[in-house]
Design a protein around this ligand. Structure first.
Ligand code: CP
Length: 307
């Protein structure tokens, strides 16, 4: 169903495909628990092109490939690639396409993964394109929600933080809408969800509202998905300084929230979740980060037709 496909945006998936990804990730997670040796990517090379900072996405994609007995070639930073000499993403993609069976790319430019996909015959996976999308993060978020709540629908989720620049929330909101969940957007007013995304979600039947009252939103929410303010997307450093620290989840916030609320965060965290919250059983963000391995194993295996 996903063989040979690029993964560029969460808008591309049908419910049937999402269910297949969840099922495949569950199967791989069980295999990892049983310490089984998996050979799904035997003979395959995954190109890992990260032209923007990353810890989780890069390392978990590379670990996922290795767990499936694939091999990895990597480009850790733009400064050591020929992009620094002025080479285009298109030419880079055309070239690397001849070296690998799958290309994972992160780049600061919105639309960069789509450009790479336009020029590469092998599947291209978007590891984050500027303030655009981060679909594989949203898929591991979906897998986390499934594992933590036992469901992916009928939930109320507050998306809190930098909704303007946060590619993870852009991607996740489309998945939440597809499964008919209720979404509450909470952000500083200058960092609200882009109007075109909100309008598109509504046109798809999404149940979306916006609020500035975080406590009220969390009192009704099964999940709060927190994001940091994306400092690297600000043109004016003074504006970042003005906004930083404008929301913090601490144990007082948790006490006022719906009982049992799950707290997700794509990480990295700066100061928007107090470290005291880490001991709360509903704090899922480190489990969430670890769910990236079976989810990304599933994606690599599915796009190469080796699941
Ligand atoms: N969540 C996420 O994308 O983390 P990294 O930036 O560390 O890859």
């Amino acid at each position: 169903m996903l063989t040979g496909r690029d993964i560029l945006t969460t808008k591309q998936f049908s419910i049937k495909e999402l269910d297949l990804i969840l099922k495949t990730a569950t199967r791989f997670e069980q295999a990892l628990k049983e310490k089984r040796v998996l050979n799904n990517l035997d003979g395959c090379i995954v190109a890992s092109l990260f032209f923007e900072a990353s810890t989780r996405t890069r390392l978990s994609f590379e670990a996922a490939a290795l767990r499936l007995s694939g091999r990895v070639i990597s480009m850790p930073e733009a400064a050591v690639s020929s992009l620094a000499k002025g080479e285009s993403i298109a030419d880079t993609a055309k070239t690397v396409d001849g070296y690998a069976d799958v290309i994972v790319i992160r780049h600061a430019q919105k639309g960069s993964a789509q450009t790479a996909a336009d020029y590469a015959a092998h599947p291209v996976i978007n590891g984050g394109d500027g303030s655009g999308q981060h679909p594989t993060q949203a898929l591991l978020d979906l897998y986390t929600i499934f594992k933590e709540t036992g469901d992916v629908s009928g939930l109320t989720i507050t998306l809190l933080g930098d909704l303007k620049n946060g590619r993870t929330v852009h991607s996740l909101s489309y998945l939440m809408a597809k499964y008919g969940n209720r979404m509450i957007f909470a952000s500083p007013s200058s960092l609200a969800m882009p109007a075109e995304i909100t309008a598109e979600l509504k046109s798809l039947g999404g149940d979306v509202s916006e609020t500035s009252d975080v406590d009220e939103a969390l009192a009704e929410s099964d999940i709060v998905y927190v994001t940091r303010i994306q400092r690297e997307r600000f043109e004016d450093p003074a504006e970042y300084e003005r906004l930083k620290g404008s929301y913090v989840i601490d144990m007082k916030t948790v006490a006022r929230a719906k009982k049992g609320i799950k707290i997700l965060h794509p990480l990295p965290r700066v100061d928007e979740i107090a470290t005291e919250v880490d001991a709360y059983e509903g704090a899922t963000y480190f489990r969430q980060a670890h769910n990236s391995i079976p989810t990304r194993m599933a994606l690599l295996a599915l796009v190469t037709g080796r699941a």
